[in-house]
Design a binder for this molecule. Structure first.
Ligand code: URA
Length: 286
């Protein structure tokens, strides 16, 4: 298992943060500092330490929480007054939130130490759908709805198409169900702001196969076997997809007769670099 994955699976941080933690040289494997995130570790034999603390491999846990408003999901936020870890019993402090949910947003939050599940649910390429119930100010008109559904620009990048179902409408307020597969920062609130509409209440009600159901904010439970199986199915699909991509990553093989091997992109490649045939993205040191 890669060191970066080991750290995220055992509750040290998210996968992305684990990359930085390893690169910063704060992780030791069997007493040697390792700054290569892809370094292979065997959780049954190797002793991994992060900032001087031994990281014990944990069994996988999956918690579904109805996150209340004014509770922060970030594990390491010194400014947070209350976090989701104040709601969970102490022995679950090794699970990490899957994706972001703002402090002022309620609803479905999955917490797990299964890095593969977290990765599959949040990686944009996999397009796992998230559905929110939102109450927005005023009467949302057809033009604004279409604009939101076809995409608006946030930070110069157009949002992917989404689906909006109007549940109720009055002069003061519109209630909607909005389904999207992206997970950009404060995406729903910022999208509605683009059509000059303020979100008054936001609650995540579904994420992939998981549903919030009828529950009170602050309530939590472990996932059922069926729910875990449904998540593993997504991981499996993701794995097949990633294998297809990595099949198209090749190293330089000078002298081959096929047309790709004569391409400009490949000629520029250094011997230790790799290239994705489709995207032409280059991997490895320059
Ligand atoms: N969109 C938001 O604006 N906030 C969230 O917490 C989630 C999605």
């Amino acid at each position: 298992m890669r060191l970066q994955v080991f750290l995220s699976r055992n509750g040290v941080s998210s996968r992305r943060e684990a990359l930085e933690i390893v690169k910063a040289g704060t992780v030791e494997v069997n007493g040697t500092v390792i700054d290569e995130p892809s370094f292979e570790v065997d959780p049954t034999k190797d002793r991994v330490m992060c900032k001087g603390i031994t990281i014990e491999p944990k069994p996988y846990k999956y918690i579904l929480m109805n996150k209340p408003k004014n509770v922060t999901t970030t594990k390491f936020d010194p400014h947070a007054t209350k976090t989701v870890y104040d709601i969970l019993p102490k022995h679950f402090n090794f699970v990490a939130p899957v994706g972001r949910l703002d402090r002022d947003t309620e609803g479905l939050l999955l917490l797990t130490n299964d890095g593969d599940v977290a990765h599959a649910l949040t990686h944009p390429s996999f397009k796992v759908e998230k559905t929110y119930y939102a109450c927005v100010e005023g009467r949302l008109d057809g033009e604004s709805k279409t604009k939101l559904e076809t995409g608006v620009y946030l930070d110069g990048i157009k949002t992917a198409p989404c689906h909006i179902q109007i549940l109720r409408k009055s002069k003061e307020m519109t209630e909607v169900r909005i389904t999207l597969h992206e997970g950009r920062n404060r995406q729903v609130r910022r999208m509605f702001a683009k059509v000059k509409t303020r979100v008054k209440f936001l609650q995540r009600i579904e994420q992939g196969p998981l549903k919030l159901g009828n529950s009170k904010p602050g309530w939590w439970r472990e996932l059922t076997t069926e729910e875990v199986a449904a998540l593993k199915e997504i991981v499996q699909k993701n794995r097949l997809k990633e294998e297809q991509v990595s099949d198209s990553i090749v190293t330089r093989k000078p002298g081959s007769g096929k047309s790709f091997w004569k391409s400009k992109a490949l000629k520029k490649l250094k011997p230790k670099q790799k290239i994705n045939i489709r995207s032409k993205k280059v991997y490895g040191r320059k």
